[in-house]
Design a protein around this ligand. Structure first.
Ligand code: PLP
Length: 444
């Protein structure tokens, strides 16, 4: 990397009147709390590979994969074919009837999960998957007490916001659950920042033990292996293995929220939890985002004893529809056959290295961090440790001007630029994006 020719800087064609009109209509009918990026929001009309085009014909390199929703590539031919063939037969009736793509996808995910005697329940989103995981854990343990990580994000249903530790992402303080927040998800800020890995883990375990000394009958700990909306922050490897020992002593279940980290995105492993407990899977794991490469596919995996602890005759009307499952199967097959996890490790590793080199010359960059194709660039006011959401907002605009779409963190982490391209990203595209980011970071 660094040896390839760099693309010249370019300016976008201005937004057309049609986009401006659409924005006005959007403001008139969509809730104010639905966030949009950019001063002049973008209308995406087409995608191919790692690129998308807006309504004015501008082409962008997509370094956020929608929002980690395009797992493999835009318009991946295998997924497009599977979806259109399935649509030609039947889109969906109901999960009251047998559905072959759903069963086949469940078998593949159950085997990949490493959870013994696993059962898979499909949902239409990450929020619904986490909601179901919380339902299962509280029913299994007959308790509404949940442990969650500070700075976490788990979705926007009433129960998901009740375990979301990133408070500014929780629209309500009313909680249906008793939630206690544990330190450990975020490494580089907070009371234990600067400790060695081992001392950081010891401090977090002591914090957990302290909480459990005062609370009884906790149902589960829910945690993202790498916090996504919280700014792509990873704890040291092994944290959740150390937590697991404590949880097991109390009979508390471990729910791994793999909505952002599953399917090999972190490069080293298929699941994020594997960086923490090579020998033992969580009790429950949840997935969504790019599992259907853009189709609304999420789900929960748990061993039969936990999954079957509720006996209500229940289903999700749309979860696991033949069309989303067909997309999920084609996507997973492509990802495994082309070793996109290995690609995420290799290309992501090069990209992080390159961005660290760029950052060394830019005082506004506090840290470049990440794993595989999940990379965060934290910005701060030069010469201070203070977060700089303004710099991140300016960077998003400048990157877009340069033809690159990126994301940013939520809540207290709007100063973190988030990079999570489709996992088929090539070295040349990584270089193209890094060159635009270099110009962007130097310009802010
Ligand atoms: N869990 C995590 C870790 C997430 O990042 C998100 C969404 O960003 C969710 C759950 C919620 O998923 P969805 O938006 O599909 O409901």
């Amino acid at each position: 990397m660094g040896l390839l020719p760099r693309p010249a800087a370019r300016r976008l064609r201005g937004a057309g009147q049609a986009v401006t009109d659409l924005y006005g209509r959007h403001r008139a009918v969509i809730p104010d709390w639905v966030g949009l990026y950019y001063r002049q929001p973008v209308e995406i009309t087409r995608g191919e590979g790692r690129h998308v085009w807006d309504a004015d014909g501008n082409r962008y390199l997509d370094f956020f994969g929608g929002i980690l929703t395009t797992m493999t590539a835009h318009a991946l031919p295998e997924v497009t074919k599977a979806v259109s063939e399935q649509a030609g037969r039947i889109i969906h009736t109901s999960t009251l009837y047998l559905n072959r793509p759903m069963v086949e996808l469940a078998e593949r995910i159950a085997a990949l999960s490493r959870i013994p005697d696993a059962r898979v329940f499909f949902t239409t989103s990450g929020t619904e998957a986490n909601d179901t995981a919380l339902l299962l854990a509280t029913a299994y343990r007959r308790s509404g007490q949940i442990l969650a990580m500070r700075n976490s994000y788990h979705g926007r249903s009433f129960s998901a916001v009740a375990v979301t530790g990133n408070r500014s992402w929780s629209p309500t303080d009313l909680s249906p659950l008793g939630t206690l927040y544990v330190h450990g998800g975020m490494r580089t800020r907070g009371p234990y920042a600067g400790l060695s890995d081992a001392r950081f883990i010891d401090a977090c375990v002591a914090d957990l033990e302290d909480l459990l000394g005062h609370t009884h009958d906790v149902a589960a700990l829910i945690a993202e292996p790498i916090q996504g909306v919280g700014g792509f922050t990873s704890p040291p490897d092994g944290l959740y293995a150390a937590f697991r020992e404590v949880l097991d002593r109390h009979g508390i279940l471990w729910i791994a929220d793999e909505v952002q980290t599953g399917w090999g995105r972190t490069g080293d492993h298929f699941w994020g939890w594997q960086a923490h407990a090579e020998n033992g899977p969580p009790d429950i794991l949840t997935f969504a985002k790019g599992a259907g490469n853009g189709m609304s596919l999420g789900g929960v995996v748990a061993r039969a004893g936990v999954m079957n602890c509720i006996d209500a005759n229940s289903l999700s009307t749309f979860g696991g529809s033949p069309i989303t499952a067909a997309a999920g199967l084609a996507n997973l097959t492509h990802l495994l056959e082309h070793d996109l996890q290995g690609n995420a490790r290799r290309v992501g590793g090069l990209l992080i290295e390159r961005l660290r080199a760029v950052a060394a010359g830019v005082p506004a960059v506090r840290e470049v961090r990440g794993r595989g194709l999940m990379i965060g660039i934290e910005l701060a006011r030069p010469g201070t440790d203070e977060a700089s959401p303004e710099a991140a907002a300016a960077a998003l605009e400048a990157a877009r001007e340069g033809g690159l779409l990126i994301g940013k963190g939520g809540g207290h982490h709007t100063s973190v630029l988030r990079i999570a391209p489709p996992m088929s990203l090539t070295v040349a595209e990584a270089e193209e994006g890094a060159a635009i980011l270099e110009r962007t970071l130097r310009s802010i």
